[in-house]
Unconditional design. Structure first.
Length: 354
């Protein structure tokens, strides 16, 4: 699955803790094709040097080159094993550059983007599988964060952008990354369709292409659970680097002792996960991993599933509604009786950058 990755030490890099105004003019890149709002914070994912723009390309002074396709930077490292097949496909498109022939979609108001229509089960979880080819509204979740007040928000593994949309509606300025060019193209189409201000690019959580200390909030849902634990720890070190002092990250992860999680581990014979299978974590493991960012705590996201959102209750058939309502009831109950949290399936880990 994922190969070993080279981590760049953050202590050797000059820190910048000031807030970035994404509406300000670009300092590093000319705005000829790349969105101005990204240009100020983007750097080379290999050596964290500023990037300059050429037609269809971004370059750093060490000679690293990255394609920009349809205005989307593809900032993946070709020399490392990709964490998903879509990362490899994105690199093939990057190699072709602007000569790549990509399918074009004209999604009209009120229509559902074909990517979401076909991939909703894969992106949102098995409880959404019945919606494949039969969805009439985008399921936008409720973000359990305070109002954004213009803060800069990074989502790692955004796919078609549902959490970025939720963040924008809550007052954040969202930036979404994903290794899938298909997902990022869909995210851009949907943002335009819904009138959402959000920026998207193809990138890898292990090699974040952003300057130090620029984000107020980093978020990831149902993504890091699929990658090897060593690569999660590498990604968390990168999260620490791009968070400003006092910034916060919130990441959803699966609990090894969750009722549903134990059932699925039993089904696969408690063998080690492979490929894109879920990796289950102990609470102590999670706290230790997130210590690399700073003080952290664990809260309950849900029971009986790793993906279902109570805000999506209208999308589910009756048998699933009972399950999701029960999950939300026990989640609220766990605030009064914390031991219930030990058998939750889905957890949030929240850490603050010291």
């Amino acid at each position: 699955m994922l190969g070993s990755s080279r981590h760049l030490g953050t202590d050797d890099l000059e820190e910048s803790d000031h807030r970035i105004d994404m509406t300000s003019s670009a300092q590093h890149l000319s705005p000829s094709s790349l969105n101005e709002r990204l240009s100020e914070i983007l750097v080379c994912p290999r050596d964290k040097l500023p990037l300059s723009e050429r037609p269809g390309l971004l370059l750093c002074r060490n000679g690293h080159r990255y394609s920009v396709v349809e205005g989307i930077p593809i900032l993946l490292l070709a020399e490392v094993e990709q964490n998903h097949i879509e990362g490899s496909r994105s690199l093939l498109v990057a190699e072709a550059g602007e000569k790549a022939e990509l399918p074009q979609f004209n999604v009209r108001e009120g229509e559902i983007d074909p990517f979401v229509r076909n991939a909703i089960g894969a992106t949102n979880g098995s409880l959404y599988q019945h919606l494949v080819g039969n969805i009439s509204e985008y399921p936008i979740p409720s973000l359990r964060l305070p109002d954004g007040q213009g803060k800069l928000f990074l989502e790692i593994g955004c796919s078609w952008g549902r959490w970025c949309i939720a963040a924008a509606r809550k007052g954040y300025q969202p930036v979404g990354i994903d290794p899938s060019l298909k997902g990022i193209r869909a995210a851009r189409r949907i943002a335009r369709q819904l009138g959402i201000e959000a920026q998207y690019l193809v990138a890898d959580g292990r090699y974040l292409p952003f300057r130090n200390g620029v984000f107020d909030q980093v978020f990831s849902y149902s993504v890091m659970q699929h990658i090897p634990k060593g690569d999660v720890r590498t990604s968390l070190q990168e999260v620490r680097r791009v968070l400003r002092a006092g910034g916060q990250c919130q990441v959803q992860m699966p609990n090894v002792f969750g009722v549903r999680c134990l059932y699925h581990q039993l089904r696969r014979g408690f063998r080690a996960a492979k490929d894109f299978e879920v990796r289950y974590w102990r609470r102590r493991e999670l706290s230790s991993a997130f210590d690399s960012i700073g003080p952290n705590y664990i809260s309950v996201d849900g029971y009986f599933s790793l993906n279902a959102q109570v805000s999506d209750i209208r999308f589910f058939p009756r048998r699933y509604r009972v399950l999701v309502c029960a999950s939300d009831f026990v989640r609220k109950l766990s605030r009064t009786f914390p031991p219930f949290g030990w058998i939750a399936d889905s957890l949030y880990v929240t850490a603050t950058r010291e």
